[in-house]
Ligand binder design. Structure first.
Ligand code: HEC
Length: 130
């Protein structure tokens, strides 16, 4: 099993190596810092969804040391979507996945909420999901 808690430096290093190995443009430290800063502040525009997000998902998905794909970090979400599809990501959330508790710690979230929360986190500020 993968360690869930990674130091910021380890995460940065593994991310850089992983991306270099795929032949993609390496992510600079500045780009990484911008993604972390955006993750820490962004919330869904719908206030009801935002309340659930802030109560449940944000603590882990805006924490670069948690091991969770960061909110708005398209690079982190794309391979998950490509491997499991949006339905698979929904199932991971319902059942729990590695370091994530079942229902993403949101017992009062409905299916629409989960789909919207996942879509929100997998998109960046420009609304891009790739
Ligand atoms: C206690 C921390 C925690 C909370 C709360 C949490 N997550 Fe996660 N989540 C994680 C971690 C850690 C991962 C990455 C697990 C891995 O791949 O090792 C993850 C991964 C995911 C994934 C990707 C699953 C996959 O199959 O790759 C989705 C989707 C997700 N979370 C949605 C949510 C949603 C929606 C919420 C709020 C309702 C939420 N999470 C709340 C920690 C959390």
């Amino acid at each position: 099993m993968k360690p869930v808690i990674l130091g910021a430096k380890t995460l940065l290093l593994t991310t850089a190596i992983g991306i270099a190995a795929c032949g993609e443009e390496p992510q600079t430290a500045e780009e990484r810092a911008a993604i972390i800063a955006a993750a820490e502040t962004r919330v869904p525009s719908d206030p009801v969804l935002a309340e659930k997000y802030e109560r449940a998902c944000q603590a882990c998905h805006a924490d670069p040391e948690n091991g969770a794909p960061l909110s708005g970090d398209v690079r982190a979400w794309t391979p998950r979507i490509e491997t499991r599809g949006t339905e698979g990501l929904l199932q991971s959330t319902l059942n729990g996945f590695e370091g994530m508790p079942p229902l993403g710690a949101c017992p009062d979230c409905g299916m629409d909420d989960f789909e919207n929360l996942i879509a929100f986190m997998a998109r960046n500020e420009n609304g891009e999901d790739k």
